[in-house]
Design a protein around this ligand. Structure first.
Ligand SMILES: Cc1cc2nc3c(=O)[nH]c(=O)nc-3n(C[C@H](O)[C@H](O)[C@H](O)COP(=O)(O)OP(=O)(O)OC[C@H]3O[C@@H](n4cnc5c(N)ncnc54)[C@H](O)[C@@H]3O)c2cc1C
Length: 122
């Protein structure tokens, strides 16, 4: 048996020239099927943010973080929502609502391995 834990960083910029991305920043439960998309999106956003050159790296890293922190948070939240049907007995009204929703195959299919409807700013 292997424990699977969620992980969310409160910040992706760790220093003047240091960031974390991909699974180093956010680990969502595997059934969400978005770990590769998330890591690649982080890398792309970082490359784009830095494409302006070395003049203002701190500002580029802040821009990268502003784009990608909400996405990582949203992916982890969706993974929790998709898995919520396993813990209804202990949950509050919102968790029970999510559990009912994610017992439906249609909801699982619509929300697995896709960014559509991802509540990035919720
Ligand atoms: C069993 C399993 C199934 C999965 N299935 C899916 C799926 O179907 N779809 C999906 O989208 N995602 C899936 N994922 C998640 C996905 O694999 C990860 O989210 C993704 O690989 C994260 O990419 P990353 O580049 O951040 O990290 P990683 O792919 O983990 O890359 C990190 C790299 O850093 C290297 N490294 C570590 N420490 C050091 C060091 N000190 N020095 C140098 N190198 C180091 C590691 O060897 C590794 O090569 C799955 C994960 C697992 C474990």
């Amino acid at each position: 048996m292997q424990a699977i834990l969620d992980f969310e960083t409160p910040t992706m910029v760790l220093g003047e020239r240091t960031v974390i991305l991909g699974d180093a920043a956010f680990v969502a439960r595997p059934h969400v099927g978005m770990g590769i998309t998330k890591a690649a999106g982080d890398a792309l956003a970082l490359a784009r943010a830095l494409s302006g050159g070395a003049a203002n790296i701190a500002s580029a890293l802040r821009s990268f973080e502003a784009q990608r922190l909400p996405v990582g948070t949203a992916v982890v939240r969706r993974a929790r929502n998709l898995g919520s049907y396993m813990g209804t007995q202990l949950g509050d009204a919102r968790q029970r609502e999510l559990a009912e929703r994610h017992r439906q195959p249609e909801a699982v299919m619509a929300e697995t391995a896709v960014t559509a409807g991802l509540e990035v700013l919720a």
